[in-house]
Design a binder for this molecule. Structure first.
Ligand code: ITT
Length: 191
């Protein structure tokens, strides 16, 4: 069975990746399970950071590696926190929700967007990048217990509940990550 390293140390992402990547039929291991080092994300863009993480994992493991760089861009914050989403929360998601909601309320501007850049890297340095977007808005109050990260405050367009309240089945059908993975699967099956 072919092996693929999921180059993430984020357990929430890993949980989503496993079912979404099942159609590939690869044996999946994570950067965490292999104790791979976490490279610094210095690129300043989602695709650039995904490439840094995927190449580092592919080179360290000698296996193909898939990295995800993702984040929430909020109109009231001029597109922030974007690539700094993990750092904006710094582990305190309730605090980050309160700051986001306050900024949206002050600007009376609630639009937001999730981006997921995936990079598949080979040990020889070849890379391919896929991007998924989900447009929506910030919820006026956190809602739901599913998912991870900013899921309790993001309402995707076409829905009235947050990702966290909608649950994994709905999120996995529509999310920024699901859309990027659909492109990856299409590209691999066209080979
Ligand atoms: P790795 O680099 O190890 O993959 P990370 O959490 O540091 O883990 P990122 O730098 O890509 O990854 O940061 C992405 C952050 O954006 C993540 O920590 C969440 O705060 C947020 N995020 C991304 N996708 C999300 C999703 O589907 N639901 C909720 N929040 C998400």
């Amino acid at each position: 069975m072919r092996q693929l390293v999921i180059a993430t140390h984020n357990p929430g992402k890993l949980k989503e990746f496993r079912p979404l990547l099942a159609p590939l039929g690869y044996a999946l291991t994570s950067a965490g399970e292999l104790s791979l080092p976490e490279p610094e994300e210095t690129a300043g863009t989602f695709p650039g950071n995904a490439r840094i993480k995927a190449l580092a994992a592919a080179q360290a493991s000698g296996l193909p590696a898939l990295a995800d760089d993702s984040g929430l861009s909020v109109a009231a914050l001029g597109g922030g926190p974007g690539v700094y989403s993990a750092r904006y929360a710094a582990g305190d998601y309730p605090g980050a929700f309160a700051r986001l909601i306050a900024a949206c309320a002050a600007a009376d501007e609630w639009r937001a967007r999730f981006t997921c850049a995936l990079c598949l890297a080979q040990p020889d340095g070849a890379t391919a990048t896929y991007i998924g977007l989900a447009h929506g808005r910030i919820a006026p109050a956190p809602e739901g217990v599913g998912g991870f990260g900013y899921d309790p405050v993001f309402i995707p367009d076409g829905y009235t509940q947050t990702y966290a309240a909608l649950g994994a089945a709905v999120k996995d059908a529509i999310s920024h990550r699901a859309q990027a993975i659909a492109q990856l699967l299409a590209a691999l099956s066209a080979r």
